[in-house]
Write a protein that binds this ligand. Structure first.
Ligand code: BES
Ligand code: MN
Ligand code: MN
Length: 462
């Protein structure tokens, strides 16, 4: 029998090559041009789960992309871990900003990854992190030391809102029954400062359209006399924050959970260098809600951001025109207790109310989801903490993340179990950005740590 370290040492070349093959398939869920690739990725995951020792693997059809379900049930008296991950990835644009093609993975060393990192779209989010679980399962089954039952549920629409999974979960409550949900789709502070994600923010994502005149107009003949939708839209957007960077939508903060000073002090103990933060982003100063630190601003506080804005003439040279329409995509990150549907309604009525009479405003909700916090006194958290202590040699820090995995709140509601977020990525891994990468060290460390979670969870469950 091999220790997990020995097993990884013996198989690491293959582990890396298998991940590289998976990363070559452009499974972009947002763009239908890639739908065959998304489906091919689903097939590839099925094959991997079978090879890793699942007794039953199914491709579950949904109204959208399929969900891959796999299980190995060794004894129904033992606890069951449900692993969730996603096989879809974000679009790779803007392509010209990548140093190497996004779907031709290459290994390069970086300052934070001296042992090399795999550069490809999805390397960290989430193919690399999801695949750690497949390889951890392979180790446990091939060495005969899987201590409990395991189920896998890997979806293909996380990056576009998990609509099909939200359809699938309530219809399969029995099948998905579990004692804890385990996800690696977040990050940690640093390779020598491991952390466990204890919170995720919720999300409300809307698109707005402002319409002025019924056609594009000559900006000399009409300028000054009719509303310019781009001028109006930018003014409306600017008014959504006040001089302290508080969001001005009435009722927006009503349900926001305020942390006690004690909890905030606890949070502030996590190692953080504002200088390094600024340097890494090439900014002279940070920016955000008055009265809160950078780490608070991006985790326990709700935010509103324009993700994209367009309209009018953006081609070469100058065209004198007043556009008929202007658009923006706006997201609001929410904290526990804020209800995303309620916030979407508040946004819509506020945005419509601040529009000048000279324009028409349309607000179209995209998707959303609730925030999530997981307690640190659960046996799931304790098992995760012990697992990190085993492989990193230090106790991991609990930390709330600013990102969102909206389906996690639904898991709790439908499946009545807590989620443990064991993320092994770094913020600098550039997820959703050009040159996304995942450290080889992180990938292998994840594979090493996961089996200890199973071990300690099974022990603590008794
Ligand atoms: N894996 C991320 C979320 C994440 C990353 C959480 C790092 C915490 C730390 C996930 O794939 C993601 O990108 N989620 C989206 C929301 C989704 C509805 C498109 C997000 O957070 O923008
Ligand atoms: Mn993800
Ligand atoms: Mn993502």
């Amino acid at each position: 029998m091999h220790t997990v370290k020995e097993y990884i040492e013996k198989n690491k070349k293959r582990f890396i090559n298998e991940l590289i093959d998976l990363l070559k398939i452009p499974s972009i869920s947002a763009d239908t041009a890639f739908s065959q690739d998304v489906l091919n990725t689903a097939d590839s995951i099925m094959k991997s789960l079978k090879e890793a020792g699942c007794d039953k693997v199914e491709l579950c059809e949904t109204p959208g992309y399929p969900i891959i379900y796999g299980e190995k049930i060794i004894d129904t008296n033992l606890p069951t871990v449900l692993v969730y991950g996603h096989y879809d990835v974000q679009p790779a644009d803007p392509l010209e900003l990548w140093d190497s093609p996004p779907f031709e993975p290459v290994i390069k060393k970086t300052e934070l990854h001296p042992e090399g990192a795999i550069f490809a779209r999805g390397a960290c989010d989430d193919k690399g992190q999801m695949y750690m679980h497949v390889k951890a399962l392979e180790y446990m089954t091939s060495e005969g030391n899987l201590p409990c039952n395991v189920k896998f549920m890997i979806e293909g629409e996380e990056e576009v809102g998990s609509e099909s999974l939200a359809w699938f979960v309530p219809r399969n409550v029995e099948k998905l029954a579990n004692d804890v949900i385990l996800i690696s789709d977040t990050g940690m502070i640093a390779n020598d400062i491991p952390s466990i994600t204890t919170g995720l923010r919720g999300l409300s994502y809307v698109e707005v359209e402002v319409t002025g005149p019924n056609r594009d107009l000559h900006s000399g003949l009409y300028g000054g006399a009719v509303a310019n939708p781009i001028n109006i839209l930018t003014k409306m957007i600017a008014s959504l924050h006040d001089e302290n960077n508080h969001i001005t939508i009435p009722g927006f903060y009503d349900k926001v959970e305020e942390l006690s000073q004690e909890e905030r002090n606890e949070m502030a103990k996590a190692p953080f260098s504002l200088e390094e933060y600024k340097n890494a982003l090439d900014i002279d100063d940070v920016y955000g809600e008055k009265g809160y630190t950078t780490n608070e601003r991006n985790s326990i506080r709700p935010t509103l951001d324009v993700n994209g804005i367009w309209g009018g003439y953006i081609g070469e040279g100058a065209k004198t025109v007043i556009a008929s329409k202007a658009y923006a995509k706006i997201s609001m990150r929410l904290v526990p207790n804020q209800d995303w549907e309620e916030i979407t309604t508040l946004f819509k009525s506020h945005f419509e109310s601040i529009a000048a009479d000279s324009v028409k405003v349309k607000v179209t909700p995209h998707h959303g989801g609730q925030g999530y916090v997981t307690p640190i006194d659960s046996i799931g958290y304790q098992a995760a903490s012990k697992a990190y202590q085993e492989t990193f040699g230090v106790t991991p820090i609990p930390q709330r993340s600013g990102g969102s995995i909206p389906i996690v709140a639904l898991f709790e509601k439908e499946l009545k179990s807590k989620t443990i977020l064991m993320g092994f990525g770094l913020n600098s891994d550039a997820i959703h950005s050009p040159n996304e990468h995942f450290g080889i060290w992180n990938y292998l460390k994840g594979i090493e740590t996961i089996p200890y979670f199973y071990k300690y969870f099974s022990e603590l469950h008794k």
